[in-house]
Design a protein around this ligand. Structure first.
Ligand SMILES: CC(C)(COP(=O)(O)OP(=O)(O)OC[C@H]1O[C@@H](n2cnc3c(N)ncnc32)[C@H](O)[C@@H]1OP(=O)(O)O)[C@@H](O)C(=O)NCCC(=O)NCCS
Length: 208
C-alpha cells in the first residue's frame, strides 16, 4: 500500500496543486507558462519528480518509472543542492522558492508550505526534544532557517529569515531569531499565496 497516494486521481490533484503554487495566473494554470516554468526552474522540477518517486512506491509494476524518477531526482539533487528525503509525507502545494542548500528530513509536512533557499530541517540526536520535526499547513519558512528536533510547528506559522527553531511553535505565530521567539500572531497570511486550500477552494494571487 502506498502511504503517499492512494490513487491516480489523488496523485494528479497533488501535481495540480503544486503547479498552481508556481504558475497560477488568475486562478488557472496556463499550460505554456507551466512548460516554461518547468524548463527554467529546477526547484519546481525537484518537487515534480519527488512526487513521482513517491507515487511509484509499493506499485511494483511501475519499477521502470520509479528508476527513471529516482535518476531524475538524483540528478536534480546534484544540480540544485536540494535534498529532501522521499520518505516524508508532504501535503499538496509544496513550494520551494529558489534553490541551493536545502536539506529536509521531517516526520510530516502539511499543505501549502513554502520553503526558501538555504534551509535545514532535521534531526536532534538527544534529549527530550530529540527526533525530527513535524510541520503544519500554510507554514512559511524564511531563507536560512534551521529547524531541528522532535518539535511541532503549528499551522499558519511564519518563520523569519535566519531563525533557529528548536521548540514547538503555536498556530499563527510569527517567530524570528536564534533561538526563535514569537514576535506576533499575524501568522503566514500574505506570505502564502496562489494556493488551493484543503476544501479545494482556489486562492489566486491575481484576482480577475
Ligand atoms: C518573519 C517575517 C515573516 C515577519 O514579517 P512581518 O510579520 O511582516 O513583520 P516585520 O517584517 O514587520 O517585522 C517585525 C519586527 O521583527 C523584526 N524582524 C523581522 N524578521 C526578522 C528576522 N528574521 N530576524 C530578526 N528580526 C526580525 C523586524 O525588524 C521588526 O522589528 P521592529 O518592530 O523593531 O522594526 C519576515 O520578517 C521575514 O523574515 N520574512 C521572510 C522573507 C524571506 O524569506 N525572504 C526571502 C525571499 S527569497
Amino acid at each position: 500500500m502506498n502511504k503517499y497516494f492512494r490513487s491516480w486521481k489523488e496523485f494528479k490533484d497533488y501535481l495540480y496543486a503544486d503547479a498552481f503554487r508556481y504558475v497560477e495566473y488568475h486562478g488557472e494554470i496556463h499550460p505554456l507558462k507551466w512548460i516554461k516554468y518547468y524548463l527554467r526552474h529546477p526547484n519546481y522540477r525537484y518537487v515534480f519528480w519527488l512526487r513521482h518517486v513517491q507515487f511509484t512506491y509499493g506499485r511494483n509494476w511501475m519499477i521502470l518509472w520509479r528508476m527513471y524518477a529516482y535518476l531524475k531526482l538524483q540528478n536534480l539533487r546534484n544540480k540544485t543542492c536540494i535534498q529532501i528525503s522521499p520518505s516524508i509525507k508532504i501535503g499538496k502545494g509544496f513550494y520551494i522558492g529558489h534553490w541551493g542548500s536545502i536539506v529536509i528530513n521531517a516526520r510530516e509536512i502539511g499543505e501549502n508550505v513554502n520553503i526558501i533557499q538555504t534551509c535545514t530541517i532535521g534531526v536532534a540526536y538527544r534529549g527530550d526534544r530529540g527526533g525530527i520535526p513535524t510541520i503544519g499547513n500554510n507554514v512559511y519558512i524564511g531563507s536560512g532557517t534551521r529547524i531541528f528536533g522532535g518539535i511541532t510547528i503549528g499551522n499558519n506559522v511564519a518563520i523569519g529569515v535566519n531563525s533557529v527553531v528548536t521548540r514547538d511553535v503555536q498556530d499563527n505565530s510569527v517567530v524570528v531569531g536564534s533561538p526563535a521567539k514569537v514576535i506576533s500572531m499575524r501568522g503566514s497570511e500574505g506570505y502564502i499565496y496562489s494556493y488551493i486550500d484543503s476544501n479545494g477552494v482556489k486562492h489566486p494571487r491575481f484576482k480577475n
